[in-house]
Ligand binder design. Structure first.
Ligand code: GAL
Length: 450
């Protein structure tokens, strides 16, 4: 396959975080106090059950760590756990999810547990730098080549995805999905009532936004209580202004954040966020998406977990209640966010964790999880008929799109960069100082991208 994600395998930043960014065993690290690891019993098996998957596991537990709690997040996980339990009734599932979008709290709790010698049995991690420059470089996860071989996975996932979860020929995690990050979701009724078409370019976006503003409608919904949501707008503007090829060069260091096109991106980003709701800092991503669902704002730039939230939780119908379009100037590009699961070295229930990976890596597992989650299956042989019009279109578009790794979700650059970028963006949303933001992003690039 020609497309090659510009992954940075520098083994520094998250390694530092893993080893130093947290306290002792079970002290919660630097996670917010609201982050609590909750153990909930496995939901009843409702997903299509078939014969037990394997003879390898015999009782005991498996502790699954993720940040999928609450609306738009947990339905898919629960579906997967139900399927797992139907295949392995003898294994007790401990759902150790920690609330907070994009792993805001979970990543700190995980680092603390790993550091303290109390790892979960399997944990959610984004493919790309987050896995490779973090946990793999720190030698904290087991190599899964045996599982890839026994399950025949190497040619069941796109090569680009296998590359994102591999280092030096060894695979370290299993992708359960592919989320698209460069999507504008919009309220169809607002667009229809105002005779507007979905904007495909920046010019069109600003024309639409001005027309909406003139009618007293909030053009763009943002909920940046957790700053990554604003970082997502910035990364999509970078993708739109630079194009996928140059965007990827930011993560190999071939293109500096000094570049004029990056400055232009920040100016465009600044203009876009002049159209957001006033209470953005008090909302999380679901609260912002809800503004669009309720017709209180017209558009929301978000990953397609928002699609899962709309259809699974709010029972909205794709193409009727909401529409979607690639973020300005990114038609034909695909901001990739892949959720994968890895097994820590020293996991108490490694054999059971492998059974969990087998289920989430199976066609059946992916087709239970992804229609609920809003993502597309990572497997190329999944059953397309299980997906709605959004999912089917996205499955097709992924096949020919230029792939770009997400900065906001840790695939593009080491965790240290993402943290600094989130801080810079958070300040920028408040003060709009382009030069200050550029300086901060440049410093982040210099310290994290080797
Ligand atoms: C991403 C993750 C998605 C979704 C989103 C919001 O990092 O990949 O699956 O959960 O955060 O929490």
């Amino acid at each position: 396959m020609k497309r090659k994600l510009g992954l940075i395998l520098s083994a520094v930043a998250l390694t530092g975080m893993v080893l130093t960014g947290c306290g002792g065993k079970n002290n919660g690290g630097n996670a917010s106090p609201s982050a609590s690891a909750s153990s909930t019993p496995a939901p009843s098996a409702s997903a299509s059950a078939s014969a037990p998957a394997s003879q390898a596991a015999s009782g005991g537990k498996v502790e699954i760590f993720s940040w999928w709690t609450g609306a738009g997040e947990e339905a898919g996980l629960k579906g997967l756990i139900a399927l797992f339990s139907s295949k392995h009734p003898e294994i007790e599932v401990i759902n150790a999810a920690v609330a907070g979008g994009a792993g805001t709290n979970a990543k700190a709790v995980l680092a603390s547990r790993m550091q303290g010698g109390d790892p979960p049995d399997a944990f959610q991690v984004h493919g790309g730098a987050e896995l490779n420059t973090g946990w793999v470089a720190a030698d904290k996860v087991i190599d899964l080549n045996d599982l890839y071989a026994s399950e025949g996975w190497k040619d069941k996932f796109p090569k680009d995805l296998v590359d994102m979860v591999s280092k030096d020929g060894k695979a370290y995690s299993v992708p359960v999905n592919i989320h698209r990050g460069n999507v504008v979701f919009y309220n169809k009724k607002i667009f229809d009532d105002n005779k507007l078409s979905a904007p495909k370019t920046f010019d069109e976006f600003f024309k639409v936004a001005d027309a909406l503003k003139a009618k007293g409608v909030t053009p763009l919904a943002l909920g940046d209580k957790e700053p990554w949501t604003a970082t997502m707008i910035l990364e999509n503007v970078l993708l739109g202004e630079l194009g996928a090829d140059d965007y990827k060069k930011l993560w190999t260091g071939e293109l500096s954040f000094d570049d004029a096109k990056v400055k232009k991106s920040l100016e465009t980003f600044k203009k876009m966020i002049s159209y957001i709701n006033q209470d953005h800092a008090a909302r999380n991503w679901q609260d912002a998406a809800q503004l669009v669902a309720k017709g209180e704002a017209a558009m929301n730039i978000m990953g397609d977990w928002a699609k899962g939230y709309f259809t699974t939780d709010l029972k909205l119908v794709a193409n009727k209640d909401f529409g979607w379009v690639a973020t300005p100037n990114t038609t034909g590009s695909f901001m990739v966010i892949t959720d994968t699961f890895a097994i820590p070295k020293g996991a108490k229930n490694e054999a059971n964790a492998k059974e969990w990976l087998k289920v989430l890596g199976s066609v059946e597992g992916q087709d239970v999880f992804n229609p609920l989650k809003g993502s597309i299956p990572a497997r190329i042989d999944a059953d397309k008929s299980k997906y709605d019009v959004y999912g089917q279109q996205t499955i097709e578009e992924f096949k020919t799109a230029k792939l770009a790794p997400s900065m906001a979700h840790g695939s593009a650059a080491p965790e240290g960069f993402t943290t600094q970028a989130n801080q810079a963006v958070n300040i920028f949303v408040t003060n709009g100082d382009v030069d200050q933001a550029l300086k901060a992003l440049k410093a982040a690039q210099a310290s994290s991208i080797k």
